[in-house]
Structure formats: C-alpha cells, structure tokens
Write a protein that binds this ligand. Sequence first.
Ligand code: ADP
Ligand code: MG
Length: 246
Amino acid sequence: MDCHFLAVANQKGGVGKTATAVNVAAALAVLELDTLLVDLDPQANATGNLLNTAGTPGIADVLIDDVELQRVVRLTGRKHLSIAPGNSRLSSYIPKTRTELREKILPSSTRYRFVVLDCPPALGGSTVSALASCDEIVVPVQAEYLALEGLSSLITAVNRVRDGLEPVKTRYLLTMFDGRNRLAKEVEADLRRHFGGSVSRVVIPRSVRMAEAPGFRRTIFEHAANSGAADAYATFAEEVAVDVGR
Ligand code: ADP
Ligand code: MG
C-alpha cells in the first residue's frame, strides 16, 4: 500500500501547524501506523519538539544535495514515529521540480503509511513542493479576526501550485479554540458556512498543556494524555486514518 502524504500548511505563523503536525503524527503512530514527520521549516520547531539535538543533516540535504532520505531519517524514541529533521538551509531551497519532495520520499514509501509535512509560515519553495506533493492538506485555523481572508490566499496558492495535478482534499482544523470567546464561535460558524464538510468536527481546545509540551520535548500524549487536547488530536488523527482507509 502506498503511503499517504499529508501537508500541514497555512502561510500564517503561530496558528498551530507544528503542534498539529507533531501531534497528528504522534497519534497516527499510537494507532501503530508507521509515520514519518518531515520538518520543512528552517526554524525546525517540530524537530526540536521531538529530538534534543539540532537537526543536521536533515531534509534540506535530501532536497538540495540529493542525499538519500534514509541517511537523514532519525528515530524519535517513539514506536512507529520517525523524523526527517529540518534546519536553516531549507530557507534557500528552490524545488527543481514541483513534486520533488514526493519523488525524494517515494523510494522509502513502503516503510511508512503516512508522511506528515510540517510547512513553514510562508509560501516559499518547501511549502510549494509540499502542496504539490501531498494527497491531502490539513489547514490549522485559529478562530480570530480575518482568519478567512488568509485562507483565500492559501486556496489561490494551492490552486496555482496544483494546476494539472489530481485534486487534493483539504481539511480545515480549528486550533487553540476557546469556546467561551464569542468571536471564536462566530469565526467557527463562518468557517463551517464557507467550507462545510471540509471543516473537521473536531476542534482543538486552547490549553496550557499544549503550550507547555514542546518545552519538555513531549507530544501532548506524553505530556497530558488525559487532556482535552490529547483527546481532540487523537480523534482528528482517527478521522484522517479512517478516511484514507488505514
Ligand atoms: P505554527 O507552526 O503555525 O507557527 P505552532 O504550532 O508553533 O504554530 O503554535 C504556536 C504557539 O502556540 C506555540 O508556542 C505552541 O506551543 C502554542 N500552541 C499550539 N497549539 C496550542 C493549543 N491548542 N493551546 C495552546 N497553545 C498552543
Ligand atoms: Mg511551525
């Protein structure tokens, strides 16, 4: 069975992309689905979240210098979860072909059921390659003023990047959600009105436990297994896995 490539993207920073990529990858691994997390952000936050050494060599060496993927993939100490680290060289990456990322990962595809791509907060080379290379896009959305405006430029970029490729499923995920906040509820209603069934029923709550976890290099399942956020990410990952038939 081929592996399923999932890009976590939104050009806006601080919306929960890395938290989502790390915790969805971790949740898929808990479901015993072999998962490779690929850190495409030059800031390498996802890498720092899981490993305690700086990520070099990393995916940039694969993309820029044609190093074999398996030479940079690292075990994370968690069953079924590996990572291709990120590092600052990614900021100078210009894809040689649109789907270069997928082509470079495919020789390893029998090892993984899922490849989760954590994109940087920009529409640069690595994001373009991730958007063109994936089977599905997960868009974390923070329920705040002007959230929808940002999404329309993302959709325009996706349409341009995927021109001539298979249509791609997009799944919107509300993150850092505070149900007591009236604006948040309004933005949620707007999002569901615009994107209907593409918006996950699952909503990730804002939680101190989520904010703490990266500092301990823990996933939410390691840091606060019984929290609402852990539940939400587990349910969301199940939704993804079921839709893909895994
Ligand atoms: P991005 O990758 O889109 O820039 P991050 O995932 O790094 O965003 O999240 C931005 C900040 O918010 C980080 O400090 C992260 O720990 C924190 N964060 C992420 N999700 C939550 C949440 N559900 N509740 C509280 N804090 C969160
Ligand atoms: Mg990030």
